[in-house]
Design a binder for this molecule. Sequence first.
Ligand SMILES: [Fe+2]
Length: 251
Amino acid sequence: MDAFPSEFADLLNKRGQRLLSNPPRLDVFRKKRATPIVVFDDVIDRRVANACIALLDRAIYPVIRRMETPIPREWISSMKKNYTDKLLKTVRVKTATLNSRKSFALDAARSIGLSQMMRSESFRVFAESIVGMPVEQGHWGRQVICYEQGDYSGPHNDHHPESAEARNGFVDLHIMFSNDAVRSQQLVYEDHGFLSASHEVSGHSGIAVYRLPFWHYTTPLLGRPGREKEARRWLLLGSFDFDPPPKKPLW
Ligand SMILES: [Fe+2]
């Protein structure tokens, strides 16, 4: 495989393609109090996942940039009252967005067919059919993220109250690949008001579909002992507004 397939559907195995041809009606996207997320662990074959990792390592790793928001010391020193701790989103990953025509990362992503695949109709339809509501057709957000040893995203909810299109809910589609050196990383998310649900996301491949906003975070990625420097988890992220945007919050 010297490039990603031009249609996302061709990355999927039989089980994954059935999700497209015959989408399940998932309770998590229909029941009022359920957390609207699903993670599929076995929809991309291992051989294909390894080929994707090789492409990302070769073409994308050289063009991604650090994205770091550390915890400022003042968040402790400026506190005047007990139990008034406030933690905004903190994060440490490497990333590249594919949204600007001028970005180096977009050129690199085009050279391996990644940009085309993340713009393909089946990529959009996958998000839409899993969530069970139509999403925008013309344009959507695309980003690549890479987690290495110790990298994480702290608790946040991805609510965008300033966006007329996204303020009542939107969809994130995550295509995930971890190499053999990754030991563990957990995606933790809220369940009935507690951050008590989690999913191991360090498998060779996986696909997560979120209808945001809700609270979630990832634990620090841990490499296998002695292989920490090699450990990498790749995340291909599509962000879709609903079309039409919901009139009221979906949560
Ligand atoms: Fe998030």
